[in-house]
Design a protein around this ligand. Structure first.
Ligand SMILES: Nc1nc2c(ncn2[C@@H]2O[C@H](COP(=O)(O)OP(=O)(O)OP(=O)(O)O)[C@@H](O)[C@H]2O)c(=O)[nH]1
Length: 306
């Protein structure tokens, strides 16, 4: 039986939600919580991967809240859900195709294994469903397997892909791709990039060069620099945002693998800390497993009131 969308989302946030539940159990107050109870609550939120800043914000909200019918677990959860939603709502922004002139160039970055290739395929599929024409560029020339994987997806999606030789210059692949996409009036050009963080200097040079070449062809390009994060990485994902911010100037995030054993609370921590748009979330390995990011649903699931 296939799982529903909210079941999958539940999957990805179950760990966070369960830990929060465990830690909230037993907190019962009158119209206001005591400082000790607020401390307990704040700890519970931090342990649920929401991060210290979001935890403090939620604590303050609860501290000022007047629980007229008593502060039981459910009443507290509702306030927690509302505050998480208010952290998430401003960052929930789909990736829209608006570039003029076309194409909109979307650079996709992230460490190897984060789900970058699959996310590119899912994004391409999403745009196709919205009747946009899409082209791919295999800018990770470092590994033949990366080029091969992307080719297979392009075939499945029936879209064109520009590739270069293994070990070739990624910037030249991107240059060719933008030229071709421009000539053909393609709406969205999605560019894969290498993700070997262990050699930061090289990667940074590579990304800088790609940006320079793009800028020469179209000063607006890249229109988007989307960082793909693996939700199962928990707090490490936050460090990756910082590193890639410095290297490539991230404009938005997509968090993947929110279906399995993910620690989805990290999404709230990222929203609070970086205020970067979260374009979508990945909840599986299939093409239609990229979903818009629904701030209210995610907030309710984490707080356990869904
Ligand atoms: N469960 C789940 N698995 C995913 C999701 N997205 C990607 N994957 C899987 O994660 C693995 C890595 O995905 P890739 O797309 O190959 O990741 P990549 O970042 O391109 O990695 P490299 O090809 O090693 O650079 C694959 O087995 C994917 O099927 C997701 O949302 N949920």
């Amino acid at each position: 039986m296939t799982q529903s969308w909210s079941d999958r989302i539940l999957g990805g946030f179950r760990k966070t939600s369960a830990r929060l539940s465990l830690n909230l159990a037993g907190i019962v107050g009158k119209t206001r919580l005591t400082d000790a109870q607020l401390d307990e609550l704040e700890d519970a939120l931090i342990m649920s991967d929401l991060g210290p800043a979001a935890a403090l914000r939620i604590r303050e909200r609860i501290a000022e809240h007047q629980f007229d019918s008593g502060a039981d677990e459910q009443a507290i959860r509702l306030v927690v859900a509302e505050e998480i939603a208010s952290i998430l709502r401003p960052v929930a922004k789909p990736l829209d195709i608006v570039a003029f002139p076309r194409p909109q160039v979307i650079l996709v970055i992230g460490v190897n294994g984060s789900g970058k290739t699959t996310t590119i395929a899912k994004l391409a599929h999403l745009f196709q469903e919205q009747d946009y024409s899409v082209m791919l560029a295999a800018g990770d020339t470092f590994r033949a397997a990366a080029i091969g994987q992307l080719k297979i997806w392009a075939q499945r999606l029936n879209i064109d892909i520009v590739t270069g030789p293994e070990g070739g210059d990624p910037a030249s692949v991107v240059f060719d791709a933008v030229k071709e996409a421009t000539q053909r009036g393609i709406d969205a050009l999605i560019v894969d990039t290498a993700g070997r963080l262990q050699n930061r200097r090289e990667l940074m040079d590579e990304l800088t060069k790609i940006r320079k070449v793009l800028g020469r062809l179209n000063p607006e390009a890249p229109h988007d620099v989307v960082l793909v994060l693996d939700a199962t990485n928990g707090q490490n994902a936050l460090q990756q945002v910082e590193v890639f911010q410095q290297m490539a100037g991230v404009t938005g995030l997509i968090m993947t693998k929110l279906d399995g054993t993910a620690r989805g609370g990290v999404l709230v921590a990222a929203a609070q800390k970086f205020a970067l748009p979260i374009h979508a979330i990945g909840v599986g390995e299939q093409l239609d497993d990229l979903r818009p990011f629904d701030a209210d649903l995610v907030a309710r699931v984490i707080a356990g009131v869904a």
